[in-house]
Design a protein around this ligand. Structure first.
Ligand code: SAH
Length: 555
């Protein structure tokens, strides 16, 4: 295959970015917007030895899983939704398969254990208009008109669209109001390349249960001229509660600045999940899909099996959302969070809900927990600290290995792992299984319909000593006892082989990881003897490994 060739191919698989995968005599084509089951014509854009990226030009026979017409006419050009053209039921089974496959391949968990543990994915009844948060970039079009919209996939060019199908209806009215105001008072939009102009982004948050609205303009300047007029107009929108602006004068991809200034109303909105109220400020992390979040926390709660007697740790707790949920059924909850503002929010949320049996610590979970245990031992004549249940909800990169070790040493009866990345979840489960825990229940929750992302909740229970030995034996048989990094290496090898047909060694992977600045284990890099020469990773393989590292979000 060469660039610009047109190929007709049946789509047989779905890639991790939601693209359709078809094969012609073993040569793989990755085709964005093609749906599994389609027969398509695609134009080769970038051809490699064993695979190519191709562009969908014509759907010859549409798949039974293809929707008749995508809800959003911009579905293809927008970077937000990757699988909107795939029927929702198929999206759900794709996500379920993705979790299952990672657990087996990266986690090394025997298939029968995975099948026994997995419960049906929790989908949405109405998988649109679910986002409570939107951040629209603002810019200027060729004719000098102010536009707001979204970034086209993988770029920073703004495609005007104020009607995102995943967002709430009121977004459009708010954006119209901001744009009209800017036109009328000749207020400039930010120009990214030249780093000039004022208004960069409009952040909108909407409390699904309280109907409170927050608008925060991110500006490259010190204030908004005639801001009071804008505030007055926006405050006429029903539910408007908080109008603020955030100063961000940096040349950066980070959207928000560090400081929030009030224009009208208050600096936060309140929302409710279950029967817990949460105050949310513009800078705090808050789950974006409130309907599913309630179900997600419900699953976490069920897995925690609380009776009111337990001590529970909620690590990576954000504004204390899960902690407060759990506190109602536990004796004592401790939350740990790294962002200071979020910890303040968490404490405030405990207060406004009248929840007294929860305490929040600011810091890294991997530091706070062992320090707490050490202090406890010192104060209790060497008695080891014990917690009944540990909940973790880390960012994409998963848990620190030192933290997992501490959890194991503490002997927690149950670990409830909430994860937004099944790959790092599986890596961490592998560690915990090697240390005497077994995966009992797993449930994916679709927090992000129309996208390839999936959230997973997993319950692990501590095995009795004799069960533990059995697991260790199984791990031995599978040759999986070596460190967790090996799984990552195997996974990279598999990925490279699958996508490029190339075989790469651990040494090559180590070399590329080192080049990319990822800390490396010394034994992979050291030659066996002083004068032995190491083969150097060829460029083609390096590119393939880099792609895999990108895929796993390691770089
Ligand atoms: N459980 C919360 C937040 C989950 S997002 C919720 O459901 O809303 C993950 C959180 O982990 C973020 O708030 C992030 O700031 C925090 N975090 C990241 N690294 C951390 C670390 N090493 N220790 C503690 N918290 C961390």
């Amino acid at each position: 295959m060469r660039k610009n060739d047109i190929a007709t191919v049946r789509i047989e698989d779905i890639g991790s970015n939601g693209e359709g995968i078809g094969k012609i005599e073993g040569y793989a084509l990755f085709i964005k917007d093609a749906v599994i089951g389609d027969v398509v014509e695609a134009k080769i854009m970038k051809a490699k030895k064993n695979y190519a990226y191709a562009k969908l030009v014509n759907i010859v026979t549409p798949s039974e899983f293809r929707v008749k017409k995508p809800v959003c006419p911009m579905a293809r050009s927008c970077g937000g939704c990757q699988i909107q053209e795939m029927e929702y039921g198929r999206q759900l089974s794709f996500k379920e398969d993705k979790v299952r496959e990672k657990l087996i391949r990266i986690g090394g968990i025997p298939e029968e254990i995975v099948s026994k543990a997995m419960e049906p994915i929790v989908g949405m009844e109405n998988p649109f208009a679910y986002r409570n948060k939107a951040q629209f970039p603002v810019g200027t079009d060729r004719d000098g008109r102010i536009v707001a919209g979204f970034y086209a996939g993988r770029t920073h060019s703004i495609i005007p669209n104020t009607r995102c199908a995943l967002g709430v209806e009121v977004n459009e009215r708010i954006l119209r109001c901001v744009i009209d105001f800017m036109e009328e008072f000749r207020i400039s939009a930010y120009h990214e390349e030249e780093h000039r102009g004022l208004v960069r982004h409009v952040l909108i948050r909407y409390g699904f249960r309280t109907r409170e609205i927050m608008v925060c303009l991110v500006i490259n300047g010190n204030g908004i001229p005639h801001g009071e007029v804008l505030a007055e107009r926006l405050s006429g929108i029903e539910g408007m509660t908080s109008i603020t602006y955030s100063v961000n004068r940096e040349r950066t991809n980070v959207i928000m600045g560090n400081e929030i200034r009030l224009l009208w109303g208050q600096t936060y909105i309140t929302d409710v999940i279950g029967d817990v109220k949460y105050q949310i400020s513009p800078l705090s992390f808050y789950q974006v899909n409130p309907v599913q979040t309630e179900k997600l926390y419900g699953v976490a709660m069920e897995y925690a099996q609380l009776t009111g007697e337990e001590t529970v740790w909620d690590l990576y707790c954000g504004i204390g959302t899960i902690s407060l949920f759990l506190a109602k059924k536990a004796k004592q909850v401790y939350g740990v969070e790294i962002v200071p503002q979020a910890v303040l929010d968490a404490r405030m949320n405990a207060k406004i809900n009248g929840i007294g049996n929860v305490e929040f610590f600011e810091g890294k979970a991997e530091k706070v927990l062992p320090e707490f245990g050490k202090k406890y031992e010192e104060e209790h004549e060497g008695r080891k600290y014990y917690a009944d249940v540990v909940v973790v909800d880390p960012p994409r990169k998963g848990c620190d290995e030192g933290l997992l070790r501490t959890i194991v040493e503490m002997g927690a009866k149950r670990v409830v792992y909430v994860s937004c990345d099944p790959a790092t979840l599986s890596r961490d489960l592998k560690y915990l299984r090697g240390e005497g825990y077994e995966v009992e229940r797993v449930r994916a929750v679709d927090q992000f319909p129309q996208t390839v992302h999936v959230e997973t909740v997993c319950l692990l229970s501590k095995l009795h000593a004799d069960q533990h030995i059995e697991v260790e034996l199984q791990m031995d048989e599978l040759d999986l006892t070596a460190a967790e990094s090996k799984a990552t290496y195997e996974e990279i090898k598999d990925y490279v082989l699958e996508h490029t047909g190339l075989k790469v060694s651990s040494l090559y992977i180590a070399q590329v990881k080192e080049k990319c600045g990822i800390i490396e284990r010394a034994n992979y890099n050291l030659p066996k003897s002083e004068n032995s020469r190491q083969p150097k990773c060829p460029l083609e393989k390096e590119m393939a490994i880099r792609e895999a590292l990108e895929h796993f979000r390691m770089i």
